[in-house]
Design a binder for this molecule. Structure first.
Ligand SMILES: [Zn+2]
Length: 131
């Protein structure tokens, strides 16, 4: 016999609207182990606890991985080339997103400080923090 699937305490739609409409980054914090994630889910990726609580993620962080996209989907044609990034957010969690106007990986070294930049464009857009 299988266990019933628990009701989702939060919806993926509201999660995505968080950055598209409300101009903030939603995430989750595990009350059991404290793990913070920017990835929508029903259970903690670290300990498996099924009671994740919504958490307001930081809007600044540093680039921990990136690649330059030179051939893009139609939505990004006017922004190509750009960098697809993984950002370690201040306060916890890692978010994937993109940074416009990056022509080469040397334009965005690992460790570069970035901040969330609300945009009408798809995805989570970041920009370099002013030096
Ligand atoms: Zn946990």
């Amino acid at each position: 016999m299988t266990e019933p699937v628990p009701e989702a305490p939060h919806s993926i739609g509201a999660f995505v609207r968080g950055y598209e409409e409300e101009q903030r980054l939603r995430g989750f914090r595990c009350p059991a182990c404290g793990h913070v994630t920017a990835t929508w889910g029903l259970a903690c990726a670290r300990c498996g606890h099924a009671g994740l609580a919504e958490f307001a993620l930081g809007t600044t962080g540093r680039v921990v991985a990136r690649t330059v996209i030179a051939v893009s989907a139609d939505e990004f044609l006017n922004d190509t080339p750009y960098a697809y990034v993984v950002v370690e957010l201040d306060g916890g969690g890692r978010a994937t997103g993109w940074v416009p106007s990056i022509r080469a990986e040397t334009d965005l070294p690992i460790g570069t400080r970035v901040r969330f930049r609300p945009s009408y464009k798809p995805g989570v857009q970041f920009e370099k923090e002013p030096a």
